[in-house]
Structure formats: structure tokens, C-alpha cells
Write a protein that binds this ligand. Structure first.
Ligand code: ZN
Length: 340
């Protein structure tokens, strides 16, 4: 069994300035811990270098006007928003990050490896068709999804986004597209202030955008309910041909940016649920792409658990779950489409 880790040292060049939480040390900490646990660069766990995405690739998910605007902003170093500065090489590194996502998708879809994790920076899920923001420039997972649909002739892709923030960019890009089922677990209210249960998809794609807004303080028992009652049944009904995971780790209890309470083990059993679903439904084809996660120790510990789950190690999902009112509301909102 083979698990690819897609990574480039050039991702460490992406530096948004002193004190910015989306810092190069995040990837350093992940690589060091994987090395220490013998999960880095072996015949079974190859580390694969990406090549940059082309502008044509980026256009699969973004407006040409936004792509050229971002390229121009990088030349002058003007920021996209207060959290999202640019600098001379940001455009180039963002292309390499999207290229890493594509590489991870290709390795899995071609059958070269069983599954893959793109250890990428910058992250992508806040970048919508027409603008970046929230530390994101290009939506890596959306670009990868569209490339795989085109190159491998698949239609149905399920994206699970467990980053603590709502993936407003990914939602925007696929909002009118019933070939992609987007499921997001995120804290609400929190940046970017979107992601309510009634955002279920545009006409023609109703029910293909599924938001599970978690109240602050939610932890393992609430997430276990969301996995059991939303993720698993929707997977069975949608029958994806590829599962892609926007893997952010800022829902960890120790994360400085959010008020969620997940344990490091929770990332293991959430990953295991997705890996198991992929095995049942699409020949195990699953791609994880790094989004957020800002406490270096617990980010790396949680990534380690995801890689262990990708390698078949077992984690225990909590038996006791906490009922969430939002899950009942969501079931009502989705009932006519999925019959939950
Ligand atoms: Zn986040």
C-alpha cells in the first residue's frame, strides 16, 4: 500500500511577515514529526515534488480578471485583504501550491498510489472565483477537482472540508455545480461569516452544498454526530468517484484562532471515516490537501494521525455523540434532496 506526500521546500519561501499565523514553520513542524515517526520518504510513503499549475489550470476555477489582478498585486506588494498580503514571488508559489494539489490528484487517479496528502502552502479554500482572501490566493482543491474531472473522465467528486473556517471559496466555485458535493464542518459564527444550513446550492444544484455550522465549544462528540449523521449517509447516496478533503486543523482545542474543542485523535477518526468511505465507494481514491491549523505542536500531531489513518491504522470514533440542533435543521433543509 502506497501513500504519497506531495511537498516542495519552495513552500517554505511563502512568508507573510513576522507574527503571521500562516507561517513556514507549520510545514517544518509537520515534516519533522512525520520523519520522527518513519512516515516520510520511504518506498511505501514517497515524497513527491510538484510542478507549478498553469494559468489554464487556474482558470478552471477562477476568473481570468482575478488571476491577472493577483499577478499585478504581487509586483507592487499590495495586499488582497488585511490578512492576505502579497509579495513578488507569491504568484509563483501559489501556482506551485495548486500544482501540488493537481499532482496529488494525478497520483491517486492514475493508480500510482493508493492515497495522497498534499502538504501545501498557501492554502486555498477561501479563494472564490473572483477574489482571494483569508490567507488564500487560488483554491487548490477546486482546481484539482476540475482537472481530475476533465483528465480522468469522472463526474462525481465529494469534498469534505473540516477546516474550522467555512470554505466560502470552494462553496462559491461549485455552488451551481451538481457534480461536486461540498460538505463543510466549521465554527459559526467565525470568519468568513458564511456557511449557514440554508446555503444548499443554486437552482439545479440544490442539496449539493452542505454546511454544518458548529457552535463555539463543539468538540469530538459533536463532530462524531456530523460524521455519522451527515457525511456517511450523503456519501452512500452521492456515490463519489473521488473524495477530496480540505484538511485544516484549526478546529483543534489548542488552536489560537478558533473556539472549537477537537482532540488530536478526532482528526484520526475523521480521516478514517473518509478513507473507509473511499474504499467502499470509489476504490479507495482519496486526496487530502492541507488548509489551516496554527498551533505547531497540535497541527503536526493531528496531521500525523491523518497519515496514520491513510496507512490503515485504526482510531476509535466516540460512541457518545451530542445532538446538535443545526444537524436537525440541516436534515430538514436537505430532506427533499437526500431523504435524510
Ligand atoms: Zn481555517
Amino acid at each position: 500500500m502506497k501513500t504519497a506526500l506531495v511537498y516542495s521546500e519552495r513552500y517554505l519561501e511563502h512568508d507573510l511577515g513576522y507574527g503571521h499565523p500562516e507561517c513556514p514553520e507549520r510545514l517544518d513542524a509537520i515534516v519533522k514529526l512525520l520523519e520522527k515517526n518513519n512516515l516520510w520518504n520511504s518506498p511505501e510513503i514517497p515524497v513527491v515534488a510538484p510542478s507549478p499549475a498553469s494559468v489554464e489550470d487556474i482558470r478552471l476555477a477562477h476568473d481570468p480578471e482575478y488571476i491577472s489582478l493577483f499577478e499585478q498585486l504581487c509586483k507592487t506588494g499590495a495586499a488582497i485583504d488585511g490578512d492576505t498580503p502579497t509579495y513578488r514571488n507569491a504568484y509563483e508559489i501559489a501556482l506551485l501550491s495548486a500544482g501540488g494539489a493537481i499532482k496529488a490528484g494525478q497520483l491517486v487517479m492514475s493508480g500510482e498510489v493508493d492515497n495522497a496528502f498534499g502538504l501545501l502552502r498557501p492554502p486555498g479554500h477561501h479563494a472564490s472565483r473572483a477574489r482571494g482572501g483569508g490567507f488564500c490566493y487560488f483554491d487548490n482543491i477546486a482546481i484539482m477537482t476540475r482537472r481530475m474531472q476533465r483528465d480522468f473522465g469522472i463526474s462525481r467528486v465529494l469534498i469534505l472540508d473540516f477546516d474550522a473556517h467555512h470554505g466560502n471559496g470552494t462553496q462559491d466555485i461549485f455552488y451551481e455545480d451538481p457534480s461536486v458535493l461540498y460538505i463543510s464542518f466549521h465554527q459559526y459564527p467565525l470568519y468568513p461569516w458564511t456557511g449557514t444550513v440554508d446555503e444548499t446550492g443554486a437552482r439545479g444544484a440544490e442539496g449539493y452544498n452542505v454546511n454544518v455550522p458548529m457552535p463555539p465549544g463543539s468538540g469530538d462528540r459533536e463532530y462524531a454526530a456530523a460524521i455519522n449523521e451527515i457525511f456517511k449517509p450523503l456519501c452512500e447516496k452521492f456515490k463519489p468517484q473521488l473524495i477530496a478533503v480540505s484538511a485544516g486543523f484549526d478546529a483543534h482545542a489548542m488552536d489560537p484562532l478558533t473556539q472549537l474543542e477537537l482532540s488530536s485523535e478526532a482528526f484520526g477518526w475523521m480521516a478514517q471515516a473518509t478513507v473507509d468511505a473511499a474504499k467502499r465507494l470509489c476504490g479507495g481514491k482519496i486526496v487530502f490537501l492541507l488548509e489551516g491549523g496554527y498551533d505547531l505542536r497540535f497541527l503536526s500531531e493531528s496531521v500525523l494521525n491523518v497519515v496514520r489513518a491513510m496507512r490503515g491504522e485504526k482510531f476509535k470514533i466516540p460512541e457518545k455523540v451530542n445532538k446538535l440542533k443545526v444537524i436537525d435543521d440541516l436534515k430538514k433543509a436537505l430532506a427533499c434532496k437526500w431523504g435524510l
